[in-house]
Structure formats: structure tokens, C-alpha cells
Design a protein around this ligand. Structure first.
Ligand SMILES: *Cc1c(COP(=O)(O)O)cnc(C)c1O
Length: 576
């Protein structure tokens, strides 16, 4: 095979961003939810800002999964087969690594993110479906978050260690910062340590060797509870990685209660660690008192998450907004009528989409609430349905409203699956006073339609479990205010009655949420619906403030600049 021009090894870049999932386009099922979409938005922002950064992830040939829901809300999962060739270019170099003592060959597919100014950020999707690999090894990069512990650890070895090897073979020899987006890629630190050691045995690694690697690594943690962190039994680690690496890991801070904890491994090897909101920094600091934790609040990629009518509106009023999302601050001067017009268009688009997908016709002059998230108990998608009679009364006495849900439950998350069924039962019980629709197959394109087409974005997680949350930021970009529990990003974006509303009185860690449900009903019935129906111009003022105050700040470009200023500093330009 001849080497075409585009397959030449790329020039060296200086930052490598590793993530188990990356969401770049709706048609590529290489993400499961917030973490992957954030990774995709991060890479797009790096391209916008001409930052020399490359992404590394796994191919996920069978995707996360395709969700199907029956009339009772029972979820079934099907493989999401897709053809990488439709989106990616297969590169020539192959690397070989050892897994469970076997050689495993890895190839890479490239996606090029091109910014409006022409800067490109390549993203490498690692793939073990290579001739010569055993059938089991060929399937290693098939399923995102599928399989058992052994499958998962092997995948993480491919991502972290195979990823470093692939970058080197593609010509990236000068990388100055390795960014681990969540602990899944923490094994990259072992690959860097091995490079540092040269011929020396890993068990002989000194603190100085570890410190050398630490100078290069950055870690972003996303999980606010200890149970959410990836861990593996040490005997499995020995089987997969070999005796010497297992002995090294067992002897260090990554051995937590006899298990390899990937978060601890990432912490041990990173000079800079951050949580994804100010609140999450504090939560993480309590969880990991031995390491200094910083915060960089997540953001969303404005050009990706702005609906066509709002794009046109922004193009008219501040044409630079795509290259520099801070210009969205100027939205404060857009006439409210124009905001209402753009929103009406986005809402009509959503309701058409709902009709197409569900056969159900919703009315466009009825107040519409949106809720789309991973279906998992702590997100409490059913908090709204604590008291159905109360909802009927509000609809009857104050003003009509309708609710649109979407979200997948992880195949093994029984609590999440029950949550979907509960929403279906509530929808049935609320007929016909309050229309409730659950759309199947939540993905990026549906996410954009929902975040931009509803009148209110509802968020009811159990505090303090929402490390950041990003869908409310997407809503804000489209002038959709939030009604949310004060957790994650909303603690920073919330100005009561200005950018949206808060659901108060929740006890930290409380599952019942009775007080929060009460607050939710109060805000909806006494504040939000009356404003929407009786004072639409004031409602549009809140929509406008959501854009100007939150759309401008909670952007991936601002986040990327903060990583640049704080996390990707050269060693001679660091605090402390
Ligand atoms: C934005 C997005 C998410 C993450 O939303 P959160 O509010 O952070 O939970 C998940 N899935 C899809 C498809 C998204 O677009």
C-alpha cells in the first residue's frame, strides 16, 4: 500500500488528550453521555483556539447501544453498528502491546476537526480489529462500557498504553502534556514511566522517575462519589499487565484496599488535578485530601450546541461569536422580540421532531419542559412526579404545560431502567391534563433539538452528585433558562429570576427529595408559569440573560483557555 499524502505521520503536537469516550457527531456512537460529549467539545474548542492538541480514544465499533422502549417503558439494547469508514480515515502504522502475555496489534483511525480558521485537531480512534489478533482481542475496542472487569481493564490498557505507543509511532515525540479525562486512561502513566526508565525494571522506579512523569500529566476527575471510581483486583492486574507492573502498582498509592484504583493512579502521576466545577473541587478535595485539587468548570462548544435560528440571530448581532464565544455577552442588547422569534422556530422544530419520532402532536403555545439525561437514580428524573394531583392542579389553575424526556439507562443499571418505567406510568396517569412524552434513543442531535426547543430545562439531581452537568449550559446558549437543584455548574450560573430558578431545601445526599419537590411545584406554579403566560416579554428577558450571562461563560473555549493558563503550563512557568 502506498502512503498517501494525508497518511504521512503528522507533525508533533504538544498536548495529548485521552478519553475513553469522545462524542464528535451524532452518527458516530463513540460516546455514552456527558463525559464523551465534553471530550468532543474540548477538542473542538482546541481547534478553534489553534491549540496544538491531539485526541486519543477507542473506536467502539459496536458503539454504546441503540435504545428501544416498549409501551411500558421497558428498555432493550441493540448493538449500534456503524461503519468507521464513513467518518474516519484508517492510518497505516500499527503498534503491538502485550496484554495477558499475548501480543495485541493496534491500528488507528483519524478524525480531523477543522476550525473555521482552518486549524486542525486530529483525534485518533484505536482499534484492535487487526489480523493476527485473537478473536477476543479483536473485539476489545467494540463496546463502550460493556463486558466484565477483565474486558474493561484490557480496554483501558489499550487506551492508555496502546495510545502512547500509537502517538509515538505517528511521530508525536515531543508531547509536553498528557491530559487524562477521567481515570479510564490512567494507565498511560505506566507507559510514560516505562519510557522514562528505558532499560531499567519498573519495580526499580524511584520517586524521581515518578516525578518526571508527573511533570507531564494532567488529570480531570468527574466523579463525586468513591463508588464511581474505576478499580480492579490486583490478581487481575497481574494477569493483564504482567508481574512487574502489578508489583509496582501494588506497592504504591494506587493500591487502595487491595485494589488498583485508577483515580488514585492518575492522582499519583499528575502535577495538576482538577474537578469540573467549583463545588466539585471541594467534594474531590474531601475525597482525596492528600492531593491539591483545582477547579475548571466544564463548558460546551457554542457552535455545536446552538440551534440554527439562534445561529442566525447571533450572526446578525455579533458575527465573531463562533470564533470567540465571549462575544455572546453582547446578547444582553438583542431585542427580546428577536429572541422570542428565534425560540419559536427552535420550538417548532422540536415539536416536529417529537411528532416524527413518537407520533404524538404537542401544541406549540403550551409551556414545554425538557429533561434529557442518563437514566440513573441519582439524576431523579421522576422528582417532578412526586405528587401527580399537584401537577394536575397547577395545569388546571395556572397554565398548561407538557414535558419531554429522553435518556438511556446503562444495560446493567436496573434502578435506571425502573426510573424510565416509572416515568411511563406517570405519563399514563397524567393523561390528558399533562402530556408527558419519553423519546427513545437520546443522542447529540436529539440533545440539541431538546435543549433549544423547550421553554424550561429541568434538572433535579441528588446533591452533591452532579459534578458539573452540561445540558443546562446547552439550553442557556439557546436562551432556555433552567429550573435546577443548586449543584454542579448551576451554583455558578444561577441568579434567581435572572438566569433561571433554583430548587431549594434539598438535604445533601437525601434520596426522598420531598422538600425539593415542594420547592419545584412552588417555583413552577407560582413563579415560572405565571411569568410565561402573563408576562411573556419578561420571560424573554430571562431567556436573554441566560444567553448573555451563562452562554458566554459556560463555553468550551473559556474552559480550554483555563486549561491552557493553569494545567498546560510549561514546567518553568508554574505556581508553587
Ligand atoms: C450534553 C449531553 C449529555 C450530558 O448532559 P448532562 O446534563 O451533563 O447530563 C449526555 N448525552 C447527550 C447526548 C448530550 O448531548
Amino acid at each position: 500500500m502506498t502512503l498517501t499524502l494525508s497518511q504521512r505521520p503528522s507533525p508533533p503536537s504538544s498536548i495529548a488528550y485521552f478519553s475513553m469516550e469522545v462524542g464528535l457527531e451524532s452518527g458516530m456512537p463513540t460516546y455514552s453521555g456527558g463525559l464523551g460529549v465534553l471530550a468532543g467539545d474540548t477538542l473542538k474548542a482546541a481547534a478553534d483556539l489553534s491549540i496544538p492538541l491531539v485526541g486519543v480514544t477507542l473506536l467502539h465499533r459496536k458503539g454504546y447501544f441503540r435504545q428501544e422502549l416498549d409501551a411500558q417503558g421497558n428498555q432493550t439494547e441493540r448493538a449500534f453498528d456503524w461503519d468507521p469508514q464513513d467518518f474516519l480515515e484508517l492510518l497505516t502504522p500499527k503498534v503491538t502491546m502485550s496484554i495477558e502475555g499475548r501480543p495485541v496489534r493496534i491500528q488507528a483511525w483519524r478524525y480531523l476537526i477543522r476550525s473555521p480558521s482552518g486549524h486542525t485537531v486530529p483525534v485518533y480512534f484505536l482499534d484492535t480489529q487487526v489480523q493476527g489478533n485473537t478473536e477476543w482481542d479483536q473485539a476489545l475496542t467494540d463496546h463502550l462500557y460493556g463486558g466484565d472487569e477483565r474486558y474493561r481493564l484490557c480496554q483501558e490498557a489499550v487506551l492508555g498504553m496502546g495510545g502512547v505507543a500509537m502517538l509515538r509511532s505517528l511521530g508525536y515525540t515531543e508531547i509536553q502534556a498528557f491530559h487524562m479525562n477521567e481515570g479510564h486512561s490512567a494507565l498511560l502513566s505506566l507507559a510514560l514511566l516505562k519510557e522514562q526508565l528505558g532499560e531499567r525494571d519498573i519495580v526499580a522506579a524511584s520517586q524521581e522517575d515518578i516525578d518526571r512523569v508527573r511533570q507531564m500529566c494532567v488529570f480531570t476527575t468527574h466523579t463525586p462519589i468513591p463508588a464511581g471510581h474505576d478499580k480492579f483486583p490486583l490478581d487481575l492486574v497481574e494477569k493483564v499487565l504482567g508481574q512487574a507492573p502489578a508489583r509496582f502498582l501494588a506497592g504504591g498509592q494506587a493500591n487502595v484496599d487491595g485494589e488498583l484504583n485508577l483515580t488514585s493512579l492518575a492522582l499519583m502521576f499528575s502535577w495538576y488535578v482538577n474537578g469540573v466545577s467549583h463545588r466539585h473541587e471541594k467534594i474531590s478535595q474531601d475525597m482525596f485530601p492528600d492531593y491539591p485539587i483545582n477547579s475548571i468548570t466544564n463548558g460546551v462548544h457554542a457552535a455545536t450546541w446552538t440551534s440554527p435560528p439562534f445561529k442566525q440571530l447571533y450572526d446578525r448581532h455579533m458575527e465573531e461569536w463562533q470564533e470567540d464565544s465571549l462575544y455572546l455577552r453582547y446578547a444582553i442588547n438583542i431585542p427580546r422580540e428577536e429572541i422570542m422569534d428565534a425560540h419559536r422556530e427552535a420550538k417548532q422544530h422540536l415539536l416536529k421532531e417529537v411528532l416524527r419520532r413518537s407520533g404524538q402532536k404537542l401544541e406549540d403555545d403550551v409551556f414545554t419542559i425538557g429533561f434529557a439525561r442518563r437514566a440513573t437514580p441519582y439524576k431523579r428524573a421522576d422528582l417532578l412526579f412526586t405528587d401527580l394531583e399537584r401537577l394536575r392542579t397547577i395545569a388546571r389553575q395556572v397554565g398548561r404545560f407538557q414535558v419531554i424526556f429522553a435518556g438511556k439507562a446503562h444495560p446493567k443499571d436496573e434502578g435506571g431502567k425502573e426510573l424510565i418505567r416509572r416515568i411511563f406510568r406517570a405519563a399514563e396517569a397524567l393523561k390528558p391534563e399533562v402530556p408527558v412524552i419519553y423519546l427513545q434513543g437520546y443522542k447529540m442531535s436529539l440533545g440539541l433539538s431538546l435543549c433549544s426547543g423547550v421553554d424550561l430545562w429541568l434538572n433535579t439531581p441528588m446533591k452533591p452528585r452532579e459534578a458539573s452537568g452540561t445540558s443546562g449550559m446547552k439550553a442557556a446558549l439557546n436562551g432556555v433558562p433552567s429550573l435546577s437543584v443548586p449543584d454542579g455548574w448551576w451554583l455558578e450560573g444561577h441568579v434567581e429570576g435572572v438566569t433561571g430558578w433554583s430548587i431549594e431545601d434539598g438535604q445533601e445526599g437525601s434520596e426522598s427529595g420531598a422538600a425539593e419537590a415542594e420547592s419545584l411545584y412552588h417555583k413552577l406554579g407560582s413563579v415560572i408559569l405565571p411569568l410565561y403566560y402573563r408576562n411573556p416579554m419578561d420571560y424573554a428577558g430571562i431567556m436573554r440573560a441566560a444567553i448573555a450571562l451563562n452562554g458566554s461563560f459556560f463555553s468550551a473555549q473559556r474552559m480550554m483557555v483555563q486549561y491552557l493558563n493553569n494545567a498546560y503550563r510549561p514546567t518553568n512557568n508554574r505556581r508553587s
